[in-house]
Design a protein around this ligand. Structure first.
Ligand SMILES: [Zn+2]
Length: 147
């Protein structure tokens, strides 16, 4: 019997600014920076508010509700650890910021622009690391997502 060699999935390399975000993901929380002076949600994390240049902020836990702003389906594995097909999306959080993620929990062909989605954390098993993903809003938690 031969043991299959598995190439590990690449993981984020947190910077000083993004480390609190990734640390929160490991606790299955999505944290956003919110400017203390003007209330703007900053994402990705940064040292200054892009709207008012303030350095003051606090972190809030995002609702996890979003809509698909854009997406594309990848059919070719550009890295051997990724199984195709998979959907890469930009989702717009109810709080406003947009983030890159993957859509999970549905058929690729069911994904569409403006689809209501909700946060789910997917564990990268072999590396014990949680990544934020989005799945279609379930019937139970149904409503949400602004219009
Ligand atoms: Zn600001």
């Amino acid at each position: 019997m031969t043991e299959e060699f598995k190439i590990p999935k690449p993981l984020p390399v947190p910077s000083e600014d993004s480390k609190p975000f990734w640390d929160a993901c490991q606790k299955q929380e999505l944290l956003l920076q919110k400017c203390t002076d003007c209330g703007f949600y900053r994402f990705p994390p940064s040292i200054l508010c892009p709207r008012c240049m303030s350095a003051d902020f606090h972190r809030i836990k995002a609702s996890g509700k979003a809509r698909i702003f854009s997406y594309q389906v990848t059919h070719q594995a550009f890295y051997p650890a990724w199984e195709t097909p998979y959907a890469v999306a930009i989702v717009e959080l109810d709080e406003g910021p947009r983030l890159h993620t993957n859509i999970t929990g549905c058929k690729i062909e069911d994904i569409h622009i403006d689809m209501p989605v909700e946060l789910v954390f997917e564990k990268v098993e072999e590396q014990d690391w949680y990544l934020p993903r989005f799945k279609p809003v379930s019937k139970k938690t149904g409503k949400s997502n602004r219009k």
